[in-house]
Design a protein around this ligand. Structure first.
Ligand code: NAD
Length: 346
């Protein structure tokens, strides 16, 4: 029987996770929530996802029909029809929502805007799928941490020891956010180290890592500048490191000079060209000509599409919680093939 999945919060991440879940043969969307009638409800209607209210308040439920949308009920009614809820509410609402999910007896997947302490368990497909098998609740780590995990976990597995420093060059806002900035400044995150690097240790504590972050005026991607100290006798070369990254699922390695993809703008144009829905790129993009091993120090750049790299990870996290697929690579292959088939994309 297909896993019945509810999406609580149908915004930037929620609408993408709903789309990815709906593409899977072993899952179905039983409903998505909105706070009230708004343009975002239109997508749910077009996709045939039953629409529920984030609240059980009768007045708020009734407001949907006044706004021209059919609302199937409040959150409690949605949870009663679900096996797993994916919480895609704005960050820091998790504690209140977790209480509701536990009361309803529904397993829950949270997002990176929530702290690790909420569930005491975090998730990244390549890092710790097995540690999440059968759990009641987990948190898919943030877009940046997911990006770090995709390349640093295989590097750690090849070397068994890593000390990493990285600088996260962060997009100022998502394209749909009109109220955030900066629009003409570079803004250092004055919390050192930033939370990003240490967050990786919630899914792979063996990797020693610190990070700095700056926000820059762009809406389309993050870039990581990574400096990884490998143990002596690691046996890697620059070419071997490139091939290691190339062999990973959800990592794209391209030569910037040869492909003329030298900036994040061109990476995003490629995602649109190959037919990805919303112009998303679920993969982490590594510039081949930006990878260099000097002695025991590996330098590289990677780009992260902030709105979408976590999307397939949510699908894998659902399989981990239900215990329906114990092998992370098998889950990743199943998730990605189903999404590509549904989107008709490369
Ligand atoms: P968003 O603001 O685009 O969407 C949040 C949605 O939740 C909105 O539709 C909002 O109406 C709805 N909502 C409001 N109150 C709610 C409630 N009480 N219960 C349920 N839903 C409610 O936010 P987002 O960017 O999709 O972020 C969601 C989560 O994903 C956050 O934890 C965020 O940190 C994380 N995340 C975001 C990105 C990104 O780039 N946008 C990347 C990775 C992870």
């Amino acid at each position: 029987m297909a896993t019945r999945v509810a999406i609580n919060g149908f915004g930037t991440i929620g609408k993408r996770v709903a789309d990815a879940v709906a593409a899977q043969a072993d899952m179905e969307i039983v409903g998505v929530t909105k706070t009230g009638p708004s343009f975002g409800c239109e997508l749910a209607v077009r996709r045939g996802f039953p629409l529920y209210c984030t609240s059980d308040d009768a007045g708020r439920v009734a407001a949907f029909s006044e706004g021209g949308y059919e609302c199937a009920g409040g959150l409690s009614e949605l949870l009663a029809a679900a096996d797993v809820v994916v919480d895609c509410s704005p960050g820091k609402m998790g504690a209140e929502n977790l209480t509701k999910y536990r009361k309803a007896g529904v397993k829950a997947v949270f997002q990176g805007g929530e702290p690790h302490a909420l569930t005491g368990l975090s998730y990244s497909s390549s890092a710790n799928h097995d540690a999440n098998l059968g759990a009641d609740a987990t948190r898919v780590v943030s877009c940046n941490t997911t990006g770090l995990s995709r390349t640093l976990v295989p590097l750690w597995e090849a070397c068994r020891s890593l000390a990493v420093e990285c600088t996260m060059i962060r997009r100022a806002a998502d394209p749909g956010d009109s109220g955030k900035g900066p629009i003409n400044a570079i803004k250092p995150v004055l919390k050192v180290p930033s939370h990003h690097g240490p967050d990786l240790m919630t899914v792979r504590p063996e990797i020693s890592i610190n990070s700095l972050a700056v926000a820059v005026p762009t809406t389309i991607m993050h870039v990581h500048a990574i400096v990884a100290t490998l143990p002596s006798g690691h046996g890697l070369t620059t070419d071997a490191a490139v091939e290691l990254f190339r062999a990973q699922p959800r990592v794209i390695v391209m030569h910037g000079g040869d492909s003329r993809i030298t900036t994040t703008a061109e990476v995003m144009e490629m995602a649109r060209d190959i037919g990805r829905r919303w112009g998303d790129l679920h993969e982490i993009f590594v510039w081949e000509d930006g990878v260099k091993l000097v002695g025991d120090t590996l330098y590289y750049f990677q780009a992260i599409h902030q709105e979408s790299d976590v999307v397939p990870e949510n699908v894998d996290a659902i399989r981990a919680l239900t215990g329906s697929e114990a092998d992370w690579r098998a889950s990743v292959a199943q998730t990605d093939a189903a999404i590509a088939a549904a989107h008709g994309s490369a």
